[in-house]
Each structure stands twice: as C-alpha cells, then as structure tokens.
Design a protein around this ligand. Sequence first.
Ligand SMILES: NC(=O)c1ccc[n+]([C@@H]2O[C@H](COP(=O)([O-])OP(=O)(O)OC[C@H]3O[C@@H](n4cnc5c(N)ncnc54)[C@H](O)[C@@H]3O)[C@@H](O)[C@H]2O)c1
Length: 370
Amino acid sequence: MIVGVPREIKPGEQRVALTPAGARALAEAGHRVVVERGAGGGSGIRDDDYAAVGAELAGVDDLWARAELVLKVKEPLEGEAPRLRAGQILFTYLHLAPAPGLTRALRASGAIAMAYETVQRADGSLPLLTPMSEVAGRLAVQEGAFYLGRARGGRGILLAGVPGVPRGNVVILGAGTAGQNAARAAVGLGADVAVLDVNPDRLRHVDDLFAGRVVTLMSNSYNVEQVVRRADLLVGAVLVAGARAPRLVPKELVAQMKEGAVIVDISVDQGGCVETIRPTTLLDPVYVVSGVVHYGVANMPALVPRTSTFALTNATLPYALELATRGAAAAARANPALARGANVWRGQVVHPAVAESLGERATPLEACLG
Ligand SMILES: NC(=O)c1ccc[n+]([C@@H]2O[C@H](COP(=O)([O-])OP(=O)(O)OC[C@H]3O[C@@H](n4cnc5c(N)ncnc54)[C@H](O)[C@@H]3O)[C@@H](O)[C@H]2O)c1
C-alpha cells in the first residue's frame, strides 16, 4: 500500500503521525511511504531522516492524490477534507461526536475514517489515548512546579524542599493513567504526594506501585476538602468515560486554598473537575482566581511535541501496519479493537456515538465489510 503522511496544519500542532522508525517498519513490510516535506519539523525530525529509511518526500497535492492510507494526528481541517476520496483510508484523531459537519464531509467523501480515540480493547482500555494521558500526567507536575515559582505567580515553593524545610504537597484527583503518571513525576521530584480515586482497585495499584511513598485516599467530598486545603499543587486527572468530568472542587473550596497554590486540571478537556477552571492555551496558559494559579491547557502534549510524537506513534504503528498490510476490511475483521476505531465507512456512519450526534442510527460495521 502507499502510505501518506501529511504535515499537520492545525494551528499549534507540531506532532507528526509517523517517525523514521515507523517509516522503516512499513517499508520492511513491503509498503511505500510518502511523507510531506517538512512534516517532521515541529518534532525535530528532518526530511533527510525519512529519506534515509527509504521514504519518499512529496508536496501536499501529490501526497494526498497518491496515498491509499493517510496517517495523520489531528482531524482533517477545511483545506484537507475535500482531498479525501472514496476508498482512501484515514487513520487519525477525529473526535467526531461534537463535529457533525466533519462527519458529513467524511461521509460524502466515501473514505474509510478510522479514529485513534475509539480504538478500544476488550477490557475497555483506549490504547491510542493512553500515551497522551501519560504525557499530560507527567507534564502536569513539571508545569505545576514551574508555576509554583514566585516569579510565575506561585507560592515560591520548591516541591522537593531541602533539609530543614518541608517538601511541597501535591494532591492528585484520579488514579488513572494521567493521575498515576502525575504521581510518578511528583514522587520523582521528592514531593509529598496524595492520590484520590473512587475506585479502590486503582488506589491499591498506586499503593503497590509506590511502596508507601504516596498516600492513597478514597475520593469523597470530605477527603477532597481536607487535602485540597493543604495542597501546594492540585492536579485534576479524573475521567468518567463518555461524560462530563465530575466537579469535585467547588469554588468555595478553591477560595480556601493557600495563596499562590497552583491547580493544573488535566481533565479540563472534559469540562474539568475544579469549578473555577476554564480552557486555556499554551500561549496564555494560566490565570488567577482567589489567589490560586489556574492552568487549564486542553492540549498539554503539544508543549512537548517531540516526546508526544514518539509516544503516539509507538502506540499507533502496530495498527497502521495492520491496516496497510491487510487492507481496512480484513484488518477490522481480524482485530476487534481496531474495528471499534471505524467511524465512517464508505459513506456510512458506523460508530454509534457519532451517528447519535447526527440524530441517526449507526450502520452496523459488518454490513459494510461484506
Ligand atoms: N489536558 C490535556 O492535554 C489532556 C491530555 C491527555 C488526557 N487528558 C484528559 O485527562 C483525563 C484523565 O485521563 P486518563 O487517561 O487518566 O483517564 P483514566 O480513565 O485512566 O483515569 C480516570 C480516573 O478518574 C477516576 N475517577 C472518576 N471519578 C472520580 C472521582 N469522583 N474522584 C476521583 N477519581 C475519579 C477513575 O476511577 C479513574 O481512575 C481525561 O479527561 C482525558 O481526556 C487531557
């Protein structure tokens, strides 16, 4: 198959959907890889790095015209959607439920649109979302530590403390992927860390993982109130799949936090678990409410595109290889996790949540596979 990798054009997006290692793996499996010139620039990957593993460099028109499988990071924008053609496979983050216009455009194109975010294993896990939660979790503590600096508006606290001066206190709401990775970074920095979750198995896992270095607590309004008041850095990392994030920290509790404390609410992309959080951008990431610094960046991985590109492609490559080698229909039949990634298939909306957002019923995927 001819596999095309365009340069991302969404403002601020610096990731790329394939690394040179991935290009080599595809070539070794007998595929031809075409990469748009400059596509890896934002992630520190040069055109020469792709050429060195046998990938061909091309202009954008040529690439879209030739590619049978298009690998991307973000959803197609207005300039890209019209380039899709019938039968072409698109594999990328799509987030179609809130974007009926794009769903209609994909349907009209006749392309096969597979979404990273709906690829799902039998145990319910979302393997192509996990790496970005890992990045965001670790980054939350790095960013929080930065904004705790006095010159950044914070309390002027070093999370590690020093001999004779106590460590900073980090409270993490949610012990899932992002929360565990935040805990790892906070422990690594030498902070005093507490993690809360409603799922005792998650807390058990955290307790095992950090062998007593982290305090685990059941998440309820009483415990949340106790720990949030003494937090120097509060990290929001909760998720209820498919729903708005539960609001665990009301504005009255934010007002009781220490002056210059920092909140990094990773779950802001699902509405946030802190009442006073609102989405911000990397260009203007923080604002202050009740003396507390709020960080609400909804696309945190974009701050570290190189790490994020490698983390994302480590996870996507096996699926991309399967799509290229078997073709979309056989790959979907052989791999149920990948089949759940199918959103729009040759003019039919096959994902239930996406169809619902159009006020329609999904066409069963089996009916499309023939
Ligand atoms: N801002 C960003 O750039 C960015 C990047 C990646 C992920 N995210 C978001 O981060 C959030 C977390 O993602 P994840 O992959 O860690 O999810 P996850 O499902 O692995 O973990 C979520 C955890 O929240 C827990 N939880 C649910 N209700 C709770 C409550 N009331 N109190 C405490 N814990 C509760 C769950 O039990 C689970 O352990 C999601 O909203 C995700 O979209 C944001």
